[in-house]
Design a protein around this ligand. Sequence first.
Ligand SMILES: Nc1nc2c(ncn2[C@@H]2O[C@H](COP(=O)(O)OP(=O)(O)OP(=O)(O)O)[C@@H](O)[C@H]2O)c(=O)[nH]1
Ligand SMILES: [Mg+2]
Length: 396
Amino acid sequence: MMIGIVGKPNVGKSTFFSAATMATAEIANYPFTTIKPNKGVGFIRSKCPHLDFNVKCQPRNSACEDGIRLVPIELLDVAGLVPDACEGKGLGNQFLDDLRQADAFIHVIDASGSTDAEGNTVKPGSHDPVEDLVFLEREINQWIKGIMLKGFDKMARGAHLEGQKIELVIHERLTGLGVTETQVSAALRTSNMPAKIIDWKDEDLYRLAANIRQLSKPMMIALNKADVADPALIKRLSELEGYMTIPTCAETELALRRATKAGLISYTPGDEGFKVNDPSKLNANQTKALDYMSQVMERYGGTGVQKCLEKVAYEMLELLVVYPVEDENHLTDHDGNVLPDAFLLKRGSTAKDLAYKVHTDLGNNFIRAINARTHRVVGHDHLLENEDVMTIVAKR
Ligand SMILES: Nc1nc2c(ncn2[C@@H]2O[C@H](COP(=O)(O)OP(=O)(O)OP(=O)(O)O)[C@@H](O)[C@H]2O)c(=O)[nH]1
Ligand SMILES: [Mg+2]
């Protein structure tokens, strides 16, 4: 699972990324700080099954803190996009190719309106962030259209002559984007395309690309720099129809995680506030900064960063957390680790999908699965539930 972080320059994408992953990324108050993508691992929280089974877990791919399993999810922070990136403006849009496999996007916008369309600093409130919502979708649509367009004419003539199924030819072009055939068919139905593929014009392809994007790459809007934004503007942006939004203060989240690491405060990402460990150990600047941050958090019920990731994972992507174990009685893997791994799968995934996720051989040789909570034996098409603990039995 991978979430791509997109947006115009200088809005706080790398700050959001660093806060969520604690990986280092260059951050600066000017456009195009990021050129090469930053890849890192964030996490989403889930109740650890060790509580239900009353055992001590030994996590391998994840961590467990006080009964909360921190399940890894990949994040990718890329360069900023500017209007007409598809025509080569700014750094162009080719770098989006790194995001082909993204399951969803987080669009970070500067909700304080203090950066213009290119990311240059301007007077707060002088740029309308709604413009950024519109342009970014257009650039992503253009990028998807561009991928479809490569060698399109020749392909369209061939497909027309041979009477090939349109969904299949379009899907084949988009497999690298992780788009499913069902999504292509649905997009074709709503895009009102000319009957013959050879008659498709540029604007038809754009419409199709837009619908494919909507179906295949859900997008969450992070209303960032909420700490310095006009609350009335945050409210207006939150109420926009057709967008899932969440106010965020990426800079605050990053500072809090660093202060936690330095032992100054106690804070768990996602919390609505934090506790200072020993006020007498703080200098005047630290006290002032922490005061500011606690006010900001009070206004929005936290920094929004962790909430944003979890909304994407659980609400937009409908992900389930599933725990594969080799031994359903001891809940262990081959080496005796208890509840070692937590995997993310989309709702609708089956026992066999889980087997493939663990190992291709396990998928290929799947015989049955056992639900470790109920000891029920299930078949390959059994639908998984959130927090399932499953043993896969395969041919040796
Ligand atoms: N006030 C405030 N400033 C923030 C916040 N998040 C980021 N910033 C500041 O915004 C500026 C840009 O941050 P970056 O993370 O480098 O932005 P970016 O979107 O990655 O920029 P590019 O890589 O140039 O596209 C920096 O000065 C950050 O400190 C926030 O929540 N509040
Ligand atoms: Mg950056």
